[in-house]
Design a protein around this ligand. Sequence first.
Ligand SMILES: O=C(O)CCC(=O)C(=O)O
Ligand SMILES: [Fe+2]
Length: 372
Amino acid sequence: MHSSFDDIPPFPNNLPLAPIAIISHAKLLEGDHDEAVRLLTAAKTHGFWYLKLQDTPQGKAFLAEADQLHAVAKEAFALPLHEKLPHALERGVSLFGYKPAGTVKTTDRDQRPDTTQFFNVSKDYVHDIARDNIRGTPITYPPEITTHTPLFQSFTSHGHACGMLILRTLASQLGLPEDSFTNLNLFDHPSGDHCRLTHKPPSPPSPDGGVSCPSSLGLPSHTDFGSVTVLFNWLGGLQVESHIDTTTKSSEGGERGEVQREWEWVKPLPGHAIVNLGDAMVTFTNGALKSAKHRVVPSPGPQGSVERYSVVYFVRPHNDVPMKALDQFGDASHTAGGAVRVAGKFSADLARTGGVLTAGEWMRQRGIQLGN
Ligand SMILES: O=C(O)CCC(=O)C(=O)O
Ligand SMILES: [Fe+2]
């Protein structure tokens, strides 16, 4: 069968790759104990892993839908800007719709603006659960998106089911009732869940004659703010921040700790999705699980001359979930590394609301901060 991987230049073989695990969808579905242990380790360390989808019927269908959405993305982003802008999302009002390039908060040292456009296609919109944004304004998309509603329905159902399998497995491995996290991410409740289509233009040639210009940035470094992200991309460009703890004992017996941060490439693998956890899971587990920083840089080597698309499903807690640690993880406000460290980004609002935001408000505020 034809795949979007067939049409692109190869990923160079001399780049430092993130050493992330490959987790099998089939084994998770079977309840394989060793695979569940490996998943928990991945969720506590890198916060990123590959999910091998080609070994199950549901996984195969999900992969095929991602490929079809790759084609939909090509069509939708090819529209002239004046046909996309009427559907633009608005900071603080709407999470869903079109995001032009250059609006994401710059987080890197050299403050490079992003070159990536999005269409954020709401799960609630395609399933007719809610047709308005969190502030009551109607969500709209161009016909290049809406004519594919059955495809978006199927992709979002598979994306959510995949997220629920991961959340059930993680809850069991953490010794919690199996539905502890899935109950916070219910499919038929209004939420920030969406399918995101992204497009990044080819990178301009670099001054030394290579194809990728390092001064253009796809997406600045960020953490995702929901529960689980399931990502399909075909071209390289995604990098994850590694945390190599170089803590050494000094001769005086004390510890000289230093955490070195480096960017490692995540090479797209045919037949696999890339999965990561978002900040909501850090909050619910009071820091036990990890949401890793990542960014999109120019695609490497010959891939830099090609248009880059990705297709993403974001599982996010439904809107009325309180964003706080589960009881089993204790009071987040008194421990380092937990909810307040993440949520502390909105300390003024937290003080007003007694320290807990609903997921809907949390998503809205993160959207304001990040511009997406
Ligand atoms: O396009 C990619 O590979 C990553 C996209 C991403 O990180 C995001 O949309 O949050
Ligand atoms: Fe992301």
